[in-house]
Design a protein around this ligand. Structure first.
Ligand code: ZN
Length: 287
């Protein structure tokens, strides 16, 4: 299960309370094996930059863009993408790990920020699809240039959806996962949004009516905000930095409910691979 916008926003809020104002004493990179993994290549490229440039920097603010977590250090930005199974934990040096938290650092821990006040931030990633970047503030726009509008911002409008879907033959599922028309949605929230709006995930972008686009535009932020209020969705790997699990899984209406009765009409929920991802829908409520 992949952390999506609500999970990253939950992590951002916890980190804002825990590490803003702290100074980085040391940044430690532990290269993963096998060397071929995406994270390993990424860290190999970034190691020198990370270990040289972070020392002494103060954490000013934590922000988020789509599924990226941004630790703002004045002129430099330390950016995390959690990939499929990335986790960030913050603990005090002498503090015992919380229940459910692994003994840290373990063999899946690839990056450690030693912070003032004896705390440490651990980046852990079992499947190693995560990434860490250190960029300068002036590179921020270029770094995020491929991302579509932030769904909780004013840049996200019915018009931005309409022009993104226009004449597209690709399925809604794939277009919404693509991050270009709107950013931050992943597999879970895309299924939830399409269920609530009543559109089949297979629908080609160019075939969505103006009425449905207006509904989608309302549903996307509404569902994301509801998930943020519930601290995101936990299946197996997601914990926030205080090792709390999310609460949204109890509120999922379609994702993960294959073969169960639809909560609206009782029809059996279907699941198939669409856009390379396991996709769930109600064949009666979604058209
Ligand atoms: Zn139904």
């Amino acid at each position: 299960m992949m952390p999506e916008l609500p999970e990253v926003e939950t992590i951002r809020r916890v980190l804002a309370k825990k590490i803003v104002g702290r100074r980085i004493v040391k940044a430690e990179v532990r290269l993963p094996n096998p060397a071929a993994s995406r994270l390993s290549q990424n860290l190999r490229q970034q190691t020198r930059r990370l270990s040289r440039n972070l020392r002494g920097a103060s954490i000013k603010r934590i922000s988020r863009r789509a599924k990226y977590l941004i630790v703002r250090l004045g002129e430099a930005l330390l950016i995390f993408h959690l990939g499929m199974t990335g986790q960030i934990f913050v603990i005090r040096k002498k503090e015992h790990t919380h229940t459910g938290m692994p003994e840290l650092p373990d063999k899946h821990t690839y990056f450690i920020l030693h912070l003032s006040g004896d705390s440490r931030l651990y980046f852990r990633d079992i499947r190693k699809f995560g990434r860490i970047h250190l960029i300068m503030k002036k590179e921020e726009k270029t770094f995020f240039r491929a991302l579509g509008p932030e769904p909780l911002s004013a840049a996200f409008t019915p018009e931005s959806l309409r022009s993104g879907f226009k004449r597209k033959k690709a399925s809604l599922k794939s277009l919404l996962l693509g991050q270009k028309i709107v950013s931050g949605l992943g597999n879970i929230y895309t299924d939830e949004v399409l269920f609530q709006v009543g559109i089949l995930p297979q629908t080609p972008g160019g075939c969505v009516s103006g009425k449905k686009i207006a509904k989608l535009h309302k549903a996307i932020p509404r569902i994301l905000k509801e998930a943020i209020r519930n601290r995101g969705t936990t299946f197996s790997d997601y914990y926030d930095p205080e090792s709390r699990r999310g609460g949204f899984q109890a509120r999922l209406r379609v994702y993960g409910r294959q073969d169960e009765p639809c909560l609206k009409c009782g029809t059996r929920i279907l699941k198939a691979v669409i856009a390379q991802r396991g996709t769930h829908w109600c064949p009666r409520c979604q058209k």
